[in-house]
Design a protein around this ligand. Structure first.
Ligand SMILES: Cc1ncc(COP(=O)(O)O)c(C=O)c1O
Length: 398
């Protein structure tokens, strides 16, 4: 008898962004120069003082199991950060530190959703939400947003999607993949519905410090009375401090939820890497100048990418307000032949762009938004320049 993969796992789609990155890496391994705009991670190295803290942690013997939900100092630092930036009072017992924000999201869903529950998921949405929700036996209800609305969920669309089974709104702000960033006023309109319809929210705020044009950022529980007890905030060090490989994320939740998640994690993975936790502590407690410097560079690239997209006749994208992605409309470039190859869908377009021009992007359909593509600008201006020159050439020959 051969081993069969379970029905639950059979239903899980592999991550399209990782798949596209893998394809780009495969080409690179064959000796090709690839202009990789598919990745969702900063191209900067982790700042030195953070790496130094990890070395010091190892040398000090912090190489053993920690409390499953994370070391007390890190949890306290996370609480201090939320108090300082948003005036939100959390206790360390409300924090669970995990193996990256993706793990925190899985924990949040697993600990709160029951089979049959519906989760409202505004699309375009990050690739993992729907799959993680399905793993819990719950149903993602994809609610499409429009380019005209800068891909933000409108109160009307939110209300219309609510059924008696709706339990949760999954919000990502700033958004991966669209880079859209809600204003406080827009969020308040959604929050009113959350409270009115007795829902709860998982608010993925992993890009909260990568917001452009000096725009203010509002963490979801700050919007109005009653949200603190209805919101699980997810965050981490991966994007802000260029620490994707260290695998540290966390969630802040009402005490009973955090307690349940801590128990879950104690059985499932135990603590996240002890050394990485000390590195994350140094990131939060150390000089924040490194974040400001990366933000400045990202903003320069955002402006550059927006200008390149704007300059291509027939292509469009709403202005990225946060994170490091441009989500551009390629509908005018489908249904035609590219060097003899018929390209009808966004997937064909991205694959052919990679094959013919060695530029890696990610197809919109993997974010539940066919007809679009995502380009990450976590790449140097030099790389972005060549990549967009090639995109321009690719669509110009039509
Ligand atoms: C919106 C969003 N949430 C969560 C994550 C996961 O972050 P981590 O690397 O900390 O697991 C990502 C990473 O791509 C992301 O884009």
């Amino acid at each position: 008898m051969s081993i069969e993969v379970s029905k639950i796992v059979q239903g899980v789609e592999p991550s399209a962004t990782l798949a596209m990155s893998a394809k780009a890496k495969e080409l690179k391994a064959q000796g090709e120069t690839v202009y990789d705009l598919s990745v969702g991670e900063p191209d900067f190295n982790t700042p030195k003082h953070i790496c130094d803290a990890a070395v010091a942690a190892m040398q000090a013997g912090h190489t053993r199991y920690t409390v499953a939900s994370g070391i007390q100092e890190l949890k306290a630092a996370i609480c201090d950060d939320y108090q300082a930036r948003f005036g939100l009072a959390y206790k360390p017992s409300q924090v669970v530190v995990s193996n990256g924000a993706k793990h925190s999201l899985h924990n949040a869903f697993f600990a709160t959703l029951n089979p049959g529950d519906e989760v409202i998921l505004p699309a375009p949405c990050w690739v993992s939400y729907a799959e993680l929700i399905k793993l819990c036996g719950a149903t993602p209800v994809i609610v499409s947003t429009s380019e005209e609305d800068s891909f933000k969920l409108t109160p009307e669309a939110f209300r219309a999607a609510i059924t008696p089974k709706t339990r949760m709104l999954m919000l990502c702000n700033p958004s991966n993949p669209t880079g859209s960033c809600y204003t406080r006023e827009e969020l308040i309109e959604l929050a009113k519905i959350v409270v009115d319809r007795d829902l709860f929210v998982v608010s993925d705020e992993i890009y909260d410090r990568l917001v452009y044009d000096s725009a203010p950022y509002s963490s979801f529980p700050t919007l109005m009375e009653g949200l603190y007890d209805r919101t699980i905030v997810v965050n981490g060090v991966s994007k802000t401090y260029a620490m994707t490989g260290w695998r540290i994320g966390w969630l802040l939740a009402p005490e009973n939820v955090a307690k349940g998640i801590a128990s879950l994690q104690s059985q499932q993975t135990s603590n996240p890497c002890s050394i990485s936790q000390y590195a994350a502590l140094a990131a939060l407690k150390g000089d924040q100048e490194c974040v400001a410097a990366m933000l400045k560079e990202f903003e320069k690239r955002r402006d550059y990418v927006m200008s390149r997209i704007e300059a291509i006749p027939g292509m469009s994208a709403p202005k990225t307000g946060g994170a490091f992605y441009a989500f551009f409309n390629i509908q005018n470039f489908l249904g035609m032949s590219y060097d003899g190859v018929q390209v009808d869908t966004d997937t064909d377009w991205c694959l052919e762009l990679l094959k013919q021009k060695k530029v890696a992007t990610v197809m919109g359909s993997s974010f539940s938004a066919p007809g679009y593509a995502r380009a990450s600008f976590a790449a140097s201006i030099d790389t972005l320049k060549v990549a967009f020159d090639r995109i321009e050439e690719f669509v110009a020959i039509k």
